[in-house]
Ligand binder design. Structure first.
Ligand SMILES: NC(=O)c1ccc[n+]([C@@H]2O[C@H](COP(=O)([O-])OP(=O)(O)OC[C@H]3O[C@@H](n4cnc5c(N)ncnc54)[C@H](O)[C@@H]3O)[C@@H](O)[C@H]2O)c1
Length: 275
């Protein structure tokens, strides 16, 4: 077991990648705090844990610094130690985003390109993004990553050791025209990862990022069959990823096997982006 007795927090672990990471960490002996903005989802993940050390669910919106502070105060009081943070909570669509319209136009563009007509349909996503959508996207991903990291570093500094893993995306590496706010948030997370890695290295804390490609989770489920097929067609391994493949990457970055990694990103993406 690679994480025996380590205390880990995985944000947004009621679903998808966070759930898979939390379950794998528990199997590897960690005591896992499962955060989600939806308590019932966090509790479900905890109920699925087979690890001996088990886990506990804490509801908090990571975009709210007071809720994040309260969550870490509970961890400090009840668990006493803190070793691993996975900043995973995320959203793909901001409030008021015209998801149906973007899907329709993206599909039209794919059909134009496949039939050799060139791309004439305008997506016009950026010019129609609202302030509210932009702010919520950055708040959940970037504020959330910062608020949790600030508290984690404070606790980890008591023992001068720890590992922080931030969920970025291939959207940060190659752009994602259907969601510029999402791509900006994920790019910010990569830059933050690099800066904090340099800041806290002297305290024995390592900070790394994961940039997954297209992975089958509830987040990608609403994608239309045509868009899904188009992404898979651009993925050399010819399939979407499984959440457990991202969890394996997180485990590597969380445990001592990656003891000389900091400020890096790893991209389980099937070849969708080769950098
Ligand atoms: N699925 C993919 O293909 C993919 C690819 C690249 C990156 N990612 C990133 O991986 C992470 C997980 O994605 P997923 O596919 O598992 O999504 P998901 O929608 O299945 O799960 C996200 C979880 O985060 C929770 N959450 C949302 N906002 C929150 C908040 N403010 N505070 C606390 N919890 C909150 C949700 O309730 C949900 O349980 C996200 O950061 C996402 O951007 C996913």
């Amino acid at each position: 077991m690679k994480l025996t007795d380590r205390v880990a927090l995985v944000t947004g672990a009621g679903s998808g990648l966070g759930r898979a990471i939390a379950l794998l960490f528990a199997e590897e002996g960690a005591r896992v705090v499962v955060n989600d903005v939806r308590l019932e989802l966090a509790e479900k993940t905890v109920s699925e844990m087979k690890g001996q050390a088990g886990g506990r669910a804490i509801q908090a919106d990571v975009a709210d610094s007071a809720q994040v502070k309260a969550m870490f105060a509970t961890i400090e009081r009840d668990l006493g130690a803190f070793d691993i943070l996975v900043n995973n909570a995320g959203i793909a669509v901001g409030p008021g985003d015209d998801r149906a319209g973007i899907v329709r136009k993206s599909e039209a563009r794919i059909m134009e390109m496949v039939s050799g007509q060139g791309a004439h349909t305008h997506l016009d996503v950026t010019q129609n993004l609202s302030d509210e959508s932009w702010r919520r996207m950055l708040a959940v991903h970037l504020d959330g990553t910062f608020f949790c990291t600030r508290e984690a570093v404070r606790l980890m500094s008591q023992r001068n050791r720890g590992a922080i893993i931030n969920l970025s995306s291939v959207a940060a590496l190659m752009g994602l025209e259907a969601a510029p706010h999402y791509a900006a948030a994920k790019g910010g997370i990569l830059a933050f990862t690099r800066a904090v890695a340099r800041d806290v290295a002297s305290r024995g804390i390592r900070v790394n990022a994961i940039c997954p490609g297209y992975i089958d989770t509830p987040m990608t489920e609403p994608m239309s069959p045509l868009i899904r097929a188009a992404v898979i067609a651009r993925t050399p391994l010819g399939r979407p990823g499984d959440p457990r493949e991202v969890a394996a990457t997180a485990l590597f970055l969380a445990c001592d096997d990656s003891s000389f990694f900091t400020g890096q990103w790893l991209s389980p993406n099937g070849g969708l982006f080769i950098g």
